[in-house]
Design a protein around this ligand. Sequence first.
Ligand SMILES: [Mn+2]
Length: 360
Amino acid sequence: MDKRETFAKRLAGVRQYMTEHDLDGAMFTSYENRRYYCGFTGSNGCLIVTPEKVSLVTDKRYTEQARQQTVDCEIHEHAANRLSLVAEVVHSMGITAMVMESCMTLEEFIPLKEKLGNIRLVFEQEYFLEQRMVKDEEEIGHIRDAIRCAEAGFDKLIPRLKIGMTEKDVADELHYLVSKEGAEAMSFGTIVGSGARGALAHAFPTEKKIEDGDMVVVDFGVMKDGYCSDMTRTLLFGNVSKEHMRIFSLVQESQDKAIAAVRPGVLARDVEDAHRAVYLREGLDDYALRGLGHGIGLQIHECPRIVIGNETVLKPGMIFTVEPGLYFPGDCGVRTEDDVLVTEDGVENLSHTPHEIHIG
Ligand SMILES: [Mn+2]
């Protein structure tokens, strides 16, 4: 699919929403949706869609970039008063009723609403998130690339690790190595939690030294072509106790059970249930988190959410994380995370890094 076809197909989803809700316009203000529907990657822009036309309002830093990145899109350059030009373009496109994302700040929305006058506004987030939930071939390619960068960097990190390094040393080395592999940025603040700090689900790397016997949770992701990867491994430093290894094995078992449950037609909650069954069997459910995973894409957390009770039906093209964990406050934490793709007849695990990695 070329760029024109890609965006035409995505915009068809927006126009379908407009038809279903008796609207003649749509406006996108978030970075992700602008990028998804027209390809523009600048930090400032307002994308306006009607049944026939697409317009983008941005500023002088980005007008040339916008021309290069978009197709069949009219570019408007605002000077001082951005919202006035946005309203002017909306009016000139003949819009009378429009859907907007609900993520605009009040500071922007209140004056904009005034300038839009009698235009009827409806707010929507879920529908567009759901549209982005099923990835096309190009998106799947970008996510595969992001995963490849992350794994190649992580693979080079392993031989550099030693007992006595700090958590921050681990994160710093990792950041350098993934950047060398072509990562544009990290998808989120890297988590490195060693020993008892592993029980903090969002441990920020500190100057704490890694000790013999520590299990170390490393959770990170990188961005490539705007798309995110996400992976976690719990590294086993030195002589890890038998009891900790048992926990490690149970987390691995729960991930294996969850991934085995993934296929088209299954509900998100069934995948969650499959992993939780292992903890319920062992009487350890109180030590697990309440969710198993999340979609990845232009954002690090997208739909589908693989959480208790979620009735989303899995479809080919969905990509999400499977990241079970057990956390014992004051003692240890274990988590492992792979990114999986729902295929026509089952599942493909996009992550290839081994799960059990011993250091020293
Ligand atoms: Mn994750």
